[in-house]
Ligand binder design. Structure first.
Ligand SMILES: NC(=O)c1ccc[n+]([C@@H]2O[C@H](COP(=O)([O-])OP(=O)(O)OC[C@H]3O[C@@H](n4cnc5c(N)ncnc54)[C@H](O)[C@@H]3O)[C@@H](O)[C@H]2O)c1
Length: 269
């Protein structure tokens, strides 16, 4: 059995991952559960707070020891914590799967630096459907070219802290790069007032926050006389949690480097 340290263990995603690890998929088992310093559940057995049989694993605020004692780490906490944990994983020579979103360009650079020393899988969306959507989106953009207006709409639960979602950001980047555009120049995040006519090259990104929606993304290509849309709807967090656990199993034994779900799922071209 290979031990997994889960960072952000008492969060929505952390608990979904703990539940899946309880089934020991791919020969993986929970070995550590890390939470933010001062979290009220520090020191409690994870089984007592997340359900399932006794694990003997207590929630800790010491990511360094938990990662060093594990074979692989899975991190769904915050962007800042994930950057720190990437370096702790690199120091300990352990691979890490990072699912946290809201990771800025500078933070991504730091994760890339840590990936010089250990294998890191980083993806804002670990579901199979969304990763297939990334691939199909690039193909659609190349075929439709500059004649179609590209807009992206995402909806998430009211508790989500960052906007637009990491998935929407990546989807926009995928389409922009297929159209040889740069989101720094063509990204439009919401519209209000006398904005004038839409420019041909802009890519619009819109974030709705509503109730308990797990995650929905629609990519729209609007032409004259027709509109083509592709939508992904996540029904539960299980799809992300299963993808993250699959990534943890895949990354064990991989050479240092920064990987994403296209590598894990074999979608890389
Ligand atoms: N990649 C994906 O497929 C995917 C899917 C869903 C959510 N996410 C992202 O994963 C992250 C977590 O989402 P969530 O819905 O579980 O949020 P959440 O707020 O429910 O959980 C985050 C947990 O991390 C903990 N935390 C904060 N700082 C920490 C630290 N320094 N060390 C350890 N733990 C710390 C918090 O206490 C909390 O329990 C978000 O960034 C979210 O956008 C990614």
């Amino acid at each position: 059995m290979a031990g997994v340290a889960v960072c952000g263990a008492m969060g929505r995603m952390g608990k979904a991952i703990l539940a899946i690890l309880g089934e020991n998929p791919y020969g993986l088992t929970l070995s550590g559960a890390v939470e933010a310093a001062g979290h009220p559940l520090i020191g409690r057995d994870v089984a007592a707070v997340a359900g399932g049989g006794r694990t003997g694993v207590k929630v800790t605020e010491d990511p360094g020891s938990a990662i060093a004692a594990a074979d692989v780490a899975i991190d769904f906490s915050t962007a800042d914590a994930s950057v720190r944990n990437a370096f702790l994983a690199a120091e300990a020579g352990k691979p890490i799967v990072i699912g946290s979103t809201g990771i800025g360009a500078d933070q991504l650079e730091r994760i890339r630096e840590a990936a010089g020393k250990t294998a890191i899988v980083q993806s804002p969306n670990m579901s199979i459907g969304v990763n297939l959507m990334f691939r199909v989106a690039a193909d659609m953009a190349r075929v439709l070219g500059d004649d179609y207006d590209v807009e992206i709409v995402e909806t998430h639960h009211r508790f989500k802290k960052d906007a637009p979602s990491g998935t929407a950001v990546k989807l926009a980047d995928v389409v922009a790069s297929a159209l040889e555009r740069n989101m720094e120049e063509v990204g439009v995040y919401g519209r209000k007032g006398m904005t004038g006519e839409r420019s041909r090259r802009e890519i619009g990104v819109f974030a709705m926050r509503s109730g308990d929606v797990v995650g929905e993304h629609t990519l729209v290509f609007g032409g004259i006389g027709e509109r083509l849309e592709i939508t992904h709807r996540a029904h539960s967090r299980d799809t992300f949690a299963r993808g993250a656990v699959r990534a943890a199993s895949w990354v064990l034994g991989k050479p240092p480097g920064l990987y994403d779900m296209a590598d894990v799922l074999g979608f890389r071209r």
